[in-house]
Design a protein around this ligand. Structure first.
Ligand SMILES: Cc1cc2nc3c(=O)[nH]c(=O)nc-3n(C[C@H](O)[C@H](O)[C@H](O)COP(=O)(O)O)c2cc1C
Length: 399
């Protein structure tokens, strides 16, 4: 009971005060057609705010157009200042704080609006996401591209702070751009940005320093990392732990240890029912459906679901850093939440449980029945749905 009470007490993250210890995990909403925030995106976060979340997160805010995975994603810039400001103002009025997840796809993209010939990552290679669009390869960034990227993160952070975001979450995991630099599998460079872990961490840490310079010391910055990429030759836990210690030294305020890789092993981050049939249900491109059928078994491995499936590694990270530990991964019930508080975690991020029931937290507080997430992972297919992400399991039941 004590643990449950402390979950709903006001608490701080750097200088930011939150009403409670719950943060909506970044889940790309697919509610930004043409790269602009829509009314639907507004309603989605508004409902989560009404459910009593301490802070919501706008998923995958690309730091530049060339950092988008596809052209339905937001990218930060003056062209959306007005819409973003309105959205954030309304969420503030509804009583929640707002974080923005800063992303860059690196060499992983099917964005048809790229201003460069091919997406760029640490090294030349296959661009798996681009194949259905005929974008088969990615190029290696040169030093000028790297300096541009660092500058871009800083400019995006300054912009995001200026439109009212209360917090920024830098994405260092899931196989996206910065993770591609960390990973020995995708980073084959032999300059100062490749080779040893110290070299592979250089760009991600320079990005953190640049973002910090842009927003100042009192602004909360979070880092989402992958515990492991779950792929042979990819990033392993020992290296991620070293990286987390380095983030800590460079002044990160909180670390969110996720896992897996969207490019190499996505199911590791979700567990539960395999997402492949759900992706096939909603995917519009016939070529993409064919690719998914051919590569599906190897890419979408089966991992049984268990509650709090990342707790073991999150605990080790927590023991090795001074920054706050924000737990993510299979936290869905009041019992899970109290276990996490009893284990000393600082905040809890919720992804699928809030899709299943945006009012989850207020219902728990009012002792009402909840729509508990079943981890059927149908929501993952809706990333390609015209109406954006939602929980088909409960919407089919009309609850
Ligand atoms: C529909 C959907 C979209 C997601 N999109 C993102 C994303 O844009 N960025 C990200 O870091 N994680 C993304 N995730 C992963 C979640 O943030 C979270 O790490 C994962 O769902 C595990 O937490 P959960 O058990 O609370 O759902 C997504 C998850 C779902 C279900």
């Amino acid at each position: 009971m004590l643990a449950m009470n402390s979950l709903f007490q006001p608490c701080s993250l750097n200088q930011l005060q939150l009403n409670n210890r719950f943060i909506k995990a970044g889940t790309f909403e697919n509610m930004t057609p043409d790269g602009r925030p829509s009314q639907q995106l507004h309603q989605f976060h508004q409902q989560i705010a009404e459910g009593g979340i301490g802070m919501t997160t706008i998923g995958y805010c690309a730091v530049e157009n060339n950092g988008r995975l596809h052209d339905r994603m937001l990218y930060m810039g003056e062209h959306i200042r007005e819409e973003l400001t309105l959205l954030i103002d309304d969420l503030h009025a509804a009583g929640t704080k707002v974080s923005g997840q800063m992303g860059h796809g690196g060499g992983f993209s099917q964005n048809s609006e790229l201003s460069i010939r091919r997406p760029k990552g640490p090294s030349f290679g296959i661009n798996a996401l681009g194949i259905p669009k005929g974008m088969f390869f990615c190029d290696a960034m040169n030093e000028k591209d790297i300096h541009h990227l660092i500058h871009t993160y800083k400019e995006a952070a300054i912009f995001m702070k200026s439109v009212g975001f209360d917090c920024l979450e830098i994405h260092f995991g899931h196989g996206y751009g910065l993770c591609q630099f960390l990973s020995p599998k995708t980073n084959k460079r032999n300059d100062n940005y490749g080779g040893s872990l110290t070299h592979r961490m250089r760009l991600p840490l320079q990005v953190l320093d640049a973002v910090r310079e842009g927003v100042g010391n009192e602004f909360p910055l979070l880092a989402k990392v992958s515990i492991t990429e779950g792929a042979r030759g990819g990033l392993q836990f020992e290296e991620t732990l070293t990286f987390c210690k380095a983030l800590d030294k460079h002044g990160i305020d909180g670390i969110i240890p996720s896992t897996g890789s969207s490019t190499m092993n996505p199911m590791l981050m979700f567990r539960g029912e395999n997402m492949l049939p759900h992706l096939l249900t909603y995917e519009k491109s016939a070529l993409m459906r064919l690719i998914l059928r051919l590569s599906g078994k190897a890419l979408f491995k089966n991992y049984p679901y268990s509650p709090l499936y990342l707790k073991k590694y999150a605990t080790i990270i927590k023991e090795n850093i001074n920054a706050k530990l924000i737990y993510v991964g299979g936290a869905s019930t009041p019992d899970d939440f109290t276990t996490l508080m009893d284990s000393g975690f600082d905040f809890i991020q919720l992804g699928r449980s809030l899709l299943a029931d945006p009012l989850l937290l207020s219902k728990i507080q009012n002792h009402q029945p909840i729509n508990a997430c079943t981890h059927c992972n149908q929501c993952l297919g809706t990333i390609a749905h015209d109406e954006g992400i939602h929980c088909p399991y409960y919407s089919k039941k009309n609850i």
